[in-house]
Design a binder for this molecule. Sequence first.
Ligand code: ZN
Length: 391
Amino acid sequence: MSSSTAIINIATLVTNDPSLGDGSPLGLIQDAALVIDGERVVWAGESSRAPATDNRLDAGGKAVLPGFVDSHSHLVFAGDRTAEFNARMSGRAYSAGGIRTTVAATRAASDAELEANLARHLAEALRQGTTTMETKSGYGLTVEDESRALRLAAAHTDEVTYLGAHIVAPELAEDPAAYVALVTGEMLDACAPHARWIDVFCEKGAFDGDQARAILTAGRAKGLHPRIHANQLSYGPGVQLAVELDAASADHCTHLTDADVDALASGDTVATLLPGAEFSTRAEWPNARRLLDAGATVALSTDCNPGSSYTSSVPFCVALAVRDMGMTPDEAVWAATAGGAAALRRTDVGRLTPGSRADLVLLDAPSHVHLAYRPGVPLVEGVWRAGVRVA
Ligand SMILES: [Zn+2]
């Protein structure tokens, strides 16, 4: 039998339910209480009207918001790329192989090493408020190494993405068509049972629009739903392909034409922005303001990976989005919670309203605005997942 708990004396409660509180997209309630029963939220409203419960917890005049939903990461890997980052930030040329470096280290690692690394990064993210985290394969690039990565990931998260099409496997670099055949054939067959999503890096030097379409279409035929690494380093067909295929998300969206923006605004594909990547590569920021003004749904995610964005901190991404991408604090917090849920086509997480999963963050601050106002400060004081305090 579950017991109910009222969290009272919440200065600012972010519900992401516009039918509650101030009627904004964040559904803000001041002087709020939140009641959880078992793994679900059962009530949210003003503290003075909270129903009787078995237990009470005083939030001490701090803010509560939904746990972050990080819809894009690459956590099944071994090794790191410190030297590459150091060279890039020092203005020095660096000729090692980028993703290939991580592929070699990942292939050489044992299952236990990969799983320990994955679990360590998920725990690191959880301590920082991330209660739902998608993660991908993409550093194996063989049938066995990709299916192994997905099997390990599926033991730790429900949101698992097959990214055999990260780059062409080094041993088939001279024959990309053969690699696409592998990714859409034997590798897909081995990977599909462990994954929910299929992804492709649609970019010059990775996979072009036709290859991406073939890969995603093959995945869909095996029951996987598409998402795309699109328009990160250059203009290209990725975003429009994502909308055409009803991908849940087009990720990066850094280089967009007006037609790309229009496509995102008119479809159900979420534009997921990953500012950790631009930060860590000193690249041009994606323009969140342009997407929001056009009516697109925007998510914020970490892209946590050892090469181009080695951060697991959603609050850091929120701060970057507010400072450099034209988002208001409210928009950035929505994008990191409800937006991430939309990018994973989830309605049970990313909000705190009756029926939703009791995934929540208690901040050591009176409002969610402090996530951007106090960048780099560890404000996450408590984390609950499915009603259980986990950090
Ligand atoms: Zn990525």
